[in-house]
Design a binder for this molecule. Structure first.
Ligand code: GLC
Length: 449
């Protein structure tokens, strides 16, 4: 079947179910992987990007917040499309969405305790309901039951905790009458694109300095139809320090692998976004929670390869955070509080071969993150650089080691892991830590291997 012969609803259902199942190549539909390669950028453009993104690269860990009318239904943020709910029926949810004041303060405090450095909140998801004050539609929180600007509350809450502020904004809109027909009807496209650009202008003028603009799903238009170049130009004219992602069909400043960790090529920034269970929006019965260990391991893997980790919460309709998410983030926070040196502002790290550890690096310090405690001894094979000293990162306790041309062994470790969910060794090296991951086997004399 040709993709343009799919109906809007079947296309969207496909997208939605693919997201839920994590199986379809959704990313291909919304990231520049499907777009032509970006033209080479000038040194001035690259320098400006480096300036704008410095804080972001150091930050490594952010909180994603998916919140909207779908939280009232409590069956995932795609409930409108996946259950084919008519617009007029779905709109009724706006009468029941009246969160308690300043719920965002709890999100921001939790983000801070978890060791997150920035937040990105859905200002408008695919359902089309705006959490911000807008002149463009009455379908927004201040003009419905909530009676106030929820984006303003969020921005103030994030700033109060010293966290950077990001806005997620879905280009795709299931509520706007032109949101689908804009693909084939030029007058509809003109109206809809004006609507979207006007909303972005409001978002970037009403709340002071905004640090990130996180576009999402560009269906059914391409960059030309969205006027994405003009869109980004407006964004940067209004917010010269902002960074933007790649989901308006332009490369933007960073790539956005979804529900997976996949480094971009060297020199290109990337951020893996993930749910904590299987849903972005609140889904009451979704109990498919990640463990704190999985979250910490994911954060480490992102940091190792120079990426960021954007981890989602889906607040309930009253704004409270699902209890399980709180528990997970509290555990993660206890770990980052003691092991943050191994995460924030780290450099890309080459060593990666181990069955029980993952590595990160800052300068000449290698961090060995032991997620399966090996017992009294931990070993790195093929280690190429002299080790000068080693210690347990959280306690500072010295760790003994021996090194020969094949491996370095850390010895005299306690029988049980001293830290949960991961114990980290800080290993001071004579130069940038490097591991021979491929060649040692060839050079070793070992029969039967
Ligand atoms: C997908 C989904 C959406 C979610 C987003 C987060 O695009 O459609 O529900 O907000 O991923 O990356």
């Amino acid at each position: 079947m040709k993709s343009d012969s799919l109906s809007r609803r079947s296309t969207l259902k496909l997208l939605g179910s693919g997201l839920a199942a994590g199986s379809l190549p959704v990313a291909a539909l919304q990231t520049p992987a499907a777009s032509p390669p970006a033209p080479a950028e000038s040194p001035a453009v690259l320098a400006d990007r480096a300036r704008r993104m410095k804080w972001w690269h150091e930050a490594r860990f952010g909180m994603f917040i998916h919140w909207g009318l779908y939280s009232v239904a409590g069956r995932h943020e795609w409930v409108m499309e996946n259950e084919a709910i008519p617009v007029a029926e779905y709109e009724q949810l706006a009468k029941r969405f009246n969160p308690r004041p300043n719920a965002a303060r709890d999100w921001a405090r939790l983000a801070k305790r978890a060791g997150m450095k920035y937040m990105v909140m859905t200002t408008k998801h695919h359902e089309g309901f705006c959490l911000f004050d807008t002149k463009t539609t009455a379908y927004c929180a201040p003009k419905q039951a909530a009676g106030r600007d929820l984006v303003k509350e969020y921005v103030e809450a994030a700033r109060a905790e010293g966290l950077r502020v990001g806005f997620y904004y879905s280009l795709m809109d299931w509520h706007h009458p032109d949101g689908a027909r804009c693909e084939k009807d030029e007058a509809a496209r003109r109206r809809f694109v004006d609507y979207v650009h006007a909303q972005l202008r409001e978002l970037l003028t009403q709340y002071g300095k905004i640090d990130i603009l996180w576009y999402d799903v560009s269906w059914p238009l391409e960059a030309e139809g969205w006027e994405s170049k003009k869109m980004n130009e407006m964004v940067f004219a209004l917010q010269p320090d902002i960074i933007v992602n790649n989901r308006n069909k332009l490369p933007g400043d960073f790539t956005t692998p979804e529900q997976r960790i996949e480094a971009a090529e060297e020199g290109r920034a990337w951020e893996a976004c993930m749910t904590m269970n299987g849903s972005w929006g609140y889904q009451a019965a979704d109990d498919d929670w990640k463990t704190p260990k999985q979250v910490v391991r994911n954060l480490i893997s992102c940091a190792r390869d120079g990426g960021n980790y954007l981890l989602n919460i889906g607040p309930k309709p009253d704004g409270s955070i699902p209890e399980e998410s709180v528990k997970i983030l509290e555990s993660v926070g206890a770990w980052t509080a003691k092991n943050g040196d191994a995460i924030y502002a780290v450099d890309r790290c080459q060593p990666r071969r181990s069955n029980y550890a993952t590595f990160t690096r800052k300068g000449t310090t290698l961090y060995m993150h032991l997620h399966f405690w090996p017992g009294s001894e931990a070993v790195i094979g093929g280690f190429l650089v002299p080790v000068k000293a080693a210690r347990l990162l959280a306690s500072g306790q010295k760790v003994a080691f021996t090194q020969d041309p094949l491996r370095v062994r850390f010895t005299g470790l306690p029988a049980a892991a001293p830290d949960q969910p991961v114990t980290t060794l800080a290993i001071e090296c004579a130069s940038e830590p490097k591991q021979d991951q491929y060649v040692t086997r060839r050079d070793r004399k070992r029969e039967q291997v």
